[in-house]
Design a protein around this ligand. Structure first.
Ligand SMILES: NC(=O)c1ccc[n+]([C@@H]2O[C@H](COP(=O)([O-])OP(=O)(O)OC[C@H]3O[C@@H](n4cnc5c(N)ncnc54)[C@H](OP(=O)(O)O)[C@@H]3O)[C@@H](O)[C@H]2O)c1
Length: 230
């Protein structure tokens, strides 16, 4: 990863932070996007790029700023997302849009903006973070599951569109808690063959494997879930 420029969205905290730190450890130059967590983002010491990912205009301006700052873009990790819980009978249009505007629509437009820079240069790698919820149906997260299943198909379609210059892959995290776990999360952990939750560093490892791997591996999904999807 030496000197490769990689943009990580939602990189100030939690999984995104783990990915950014792992990239820097491998010698990459990290472009750290944040939405609202400015203090946490700046504390990491990377060049930071703010954008509300609900806005396609802001996404395009952010990618332009990254390309101007570094003069190139070799990798994009679409990590930023939202997560909410609703009975599917009660969800409203605004609740649906709240999730899909970031999880699926912003992921697409970040891919598009980054691909334009990569295709004009040496090509690159995109890793989209999907979810175990793209593989297993969770009834109170139907809207979220649909957005993340969309990310999986988007990954496959874009991999085909932009081969051979850009590899596009997806990592589907299982249970990766950062806060105190509740009963529901504890039940999921109990059902996990690995008998534990995962850590941000384990997601970062899978992301890095795609980013530094051959572009011959493209359109693929790897679940990092301790076997919970099996
Ligand atoms: N944690 C898990 O157990 C788990 C499980 C399965 C999948 N995942 C996936 O893994 C990824 C990271 O998970 P996480 O739990 O670490 O994520 P998270 O903390 O819920 O969200 C990551 C970041 O997304 C950014 N974001 C959300 N909406 C935004 C917007 N409109 N504009 C700009 N930034 C926005 C936020 O940045 P700011 O704070 O700067 O606003 C937030 O810190 C996500 O794609 C998630 O769906 C996580």
């Amino acid at each position: 990863m030496k000197n490769k420029v990689v943009l990580v969205t939602g990189g100030a905290k939690r999984i995104g932070r783990s990915i950014a730190l792992a990239l820097a450890e491998q010698g990459a130059q990290v472009a750290l996007h944040y939405g609202t967590s400015e203090a946490e983002a700046r504390a990491l010491g990377f060049p930071v790029f703010q954008a509300n990912l609900e806005s396609v205009e802001e996404i395009r301006a952010m990618v332009d700023r990254v390309a101007d700052h570094f003069g190139r873009l070799d990798g994009l990790v679409n990590n930023a997302a939202r997560f909410t819980r609703f009975d599917p009978l009660t969800i409203e249009e605004k609740d649906w849009d709240f999730i899909h505007s970031v999880n699926l629509k912003a992921t697409f437009f970040c891919c598009q903006a980054a691909a334009k820079v990569m295709l004009a240069g040496d090509g690159g790698h995109i890793v989209n973070i999907s979810s175990l919820g793209a593989i297993l149906p969770w009834q109170e997260h139907a809207h979220y599951c649909a957005s993340k299943a969309g990310v999986v198909m988007l990954t496959r379609a874009l991999a085909k569109a932009w081969a051979p210059k850009i590899a596009v892959n997806t990592v589907a995290p299982g249970v990766i808690p950062f806060d105190k776990t509740d009963d529901r999360i504890e039940r999921l952990i109990a059902r996990t063959p690995a008998r534990r939750a995962g850590a941000g560093e384990e997601i970062a490892e899978a992301v890095l494997n795609f980013l530094r791997g051959s572009r011959f591996t493209t359109g693929q999904l790897i679940a990092v879930d301790g076997g919970l999807s099996l």
